[in-house]
Design a binder for this molecule. Structure first.
Ligand code: TXE
Length: 492
């Protein structure tokens, strides 16, 4: 069992409470590492370190170009250690090594992209309507940002926050999920090695229900950037509102993968499968509802089930494995409960439908890839985020009906459309209430393209140029260059 310390003010620190959180490997169901169980006192020390670093000469006096170079250096270090960190993430959250290694190899691009953007945050000179006055704007950082991240893609989802917030000149207190903190603490070492001044990046580990409130409500915190479940997100939003803090939220979804009868069936089947069974359905963009055009419904469902049956479950560290375990016992229980709810609601289970117990799966928290057909859009299984390998299939007859069903949940994170018709692709992508729409593909993300939710899936955008604005505020500067002061009793 390995112990890892938190990073506060440039120093490695144990918890003030001297307690630990065990990190459990979802494949073996055994603890393999420990991280400090942070306390409110640890949060206070971290926020104080971030507050001092924000105004320090080393950070606030650094040119934007130099800040960008630090991010480039970090990117190179992550690339160098990508395989090793990916292994840690797979051990922590049970997601496939193929996927985690792919993410780790891609993460440096975010740091390079935002590193490059750091010295291009140009204000404007405004042709102001007052004679003798120069008016211009500057983009300035917000201050101390709290980043709260989940367990499903630990470093990727954190990177979407860390890269822009640091490029913008903020400092950060980052709380990774209690289920997957080890890779964050390894990244902490790389931040130090890259040369970030002490206190710019602080990492506090521990339970959300113990230290979350202090993080979100601390008077010296300017912004909270959160990714997680929608209930927790709502709670965080309410608490942050009390302190009038800036907030961005990424809260998951119930994304629809819509297949029309003119689509390439083989491609659509692969898209639907990868949308829900990759990562055992534990991604915010999981295509957990498949909307299938009635003329191809029976054929599609038959072929989809046959394909899904071939999924190889096993050790997530094996590159042969296609479906790994669910990450936590709580999540395992929740997924099985939803399967039962679907059965009770009358959905027809055409594949899986329970825990997967086989000798080669050991004690891991495996759930059989599960498909329900004939799902009514109003059923809970078609409305609520399960975050597991459970697909609901819903038939539809017309484009209008597909749009109504797809838009008929509280969420709006993403959607997929499978069609060969250009008209249909455009009409659907305009009418779908989702922050991302994929046509004839699914799950593509990039540092170059904005990502975020409509409706209850969230507030704000991550990735792409505009996302850096989430970590900046605009200052308007007025300089009077006229020779005489105007009448002081009249507003200019
Ligand atoms: O997430 P939480 P949990 C969904 C998924 C899952 C459900 C619950 O449906 O079943 O959420 O998962 C921190 N103040 N998603 O409980 O609680 C917590 O420590 C401040 C969707 O694991 O949302 C962790 O760092 N912070 C999702 C982070 O919030 C608090 C990813 C996320 O945990 C807190 C994960 C509090 N009071 C789960 N309580 C997605 N959108 O990708 C907890 N946290």
């Amino acid at each position: 069992m390995q112990d890892y310390d938190m990073l506060i003010g440039g120093n490695w620190a144990a918890s003030a409470g001297k307690q630990w959180v065990e990190s459990v490997n979802p494949f073996t169901a055994k603890a393999w590492a420990r991280v400090p169980r942070g306390t409110v006192a640890d949060v206070d020390r971290a926020v104080s370190a971030a507050k001092h670093a924000f105004v320090s000469k080393e950070w606030s006096g650094m040119t934007a170009s130099a800040r960008g170079l630090l991010l480039f250096r970090l990117a190179d270090l992550i690339a160098k250690h990508a395989e090793e960190i990916a292994k840690v993430e797979t051990t922590d959250n049970g997601k496939l090594i193929n996927e985690m290694a792919g993410q780790l190899r891609y993460i440096p691009q975010w740091f390079r992209y935002f590193g490059g953007l750091a010295d291009k945050l140009e204000g404007r000179v405004i042709p102001i309507d007052k004679p003798g006055v120069l008016n211009f704007t500057r983009y300035e950082p917000l201050g101390v940002v709290v980043a709260i991240t989940p367990w499903n893609s630990p470093l990727m989802l954190a990177t979407w926050k860390l890269a822009p917030l640091l490029a913008a000149g903020n400092t950060v207190v980052w709380k990774p999920s209690e289920h997957s903190s080890v890779s964050a603490l390894i990244l902490g070492k790389l931040f130090k090695e890259a040369g970030f001044p002490d206190g710019v990046v602080n990492i506090v580990t521990g339970f959300g229900n113990e230290i979350g409130e202090r993080l979100v409500t601390h008077p010296d915190v300017a912004k909270v950037a959160f990714t997680g479940g929608d209930q927790t997100g709502q709670h965080v939003y309410e608490q942050a509102a009390r302190g009038i803090k800036h907030v961005t939220l990424e809260l998951g979804g119930k994304s629809a993968n819509i297949v029309f009868d003119d689509a390439s069936m083989d491609d659509a089947i692969k898209g639907v499968i990868s949308g829900i069974f990759a990562a055992s359905g534990q991604t915010c963009i999981a295509g957990s509802r498949a909307l299938i055009h009635r003329p191809i419904y029976n054929e599609f469902v038959g072929k989809l089930v046959e394909f899904a049956k071939t999924a190889k479950m096993g050790d997530p560290l094996s590159t042969e494995t296609q479906v790994g375990p669910v990450t936590t016992p709580q999540q395992y229980k929740k997924v099985l409960e939803y399967i039962q709810i679907a059965k009770d609601e009358g959905a027809k289970c055409v594949l899986g439908g329970g825990p997967a117990k086989r000798p080669e799966l050991g004690d891991g928290w495996f759930v059989e890839p599960t498909i329900f057909s004939e799902v009514d859009p109003k059923m809970r299984i078609a409305q609520e985020e399960v975050f597991g390998p459970v697909l609901s299939i819903i038939p539809f007859d017309t484009e209008e009906q597909a749009i109504e069903i797809a838009n008929g949940t509280i969420f709006g994170l993403a959607a997929g459309v499978w069609t060969k018709s250009m008209r249909r692709a455009l009409v659907m992508s305009e009418k779908l209430q989702a922050g991302t729409v994929w046509v004839n593909t699914y799950m593509a993300v990039s540092y170059l393209s904005p990502f975020g939710g409509y409706k209850r899936s969230g507030i704000g955008r991550e990735s792409g140029i505009e996302s850096i604005r989430e970590y900046l505020q605009t200052k308007s500067i007025w300089i009077d260059v006229s020779e005489s002061t105007p009448n002081p009793f009249v507003m200019r």
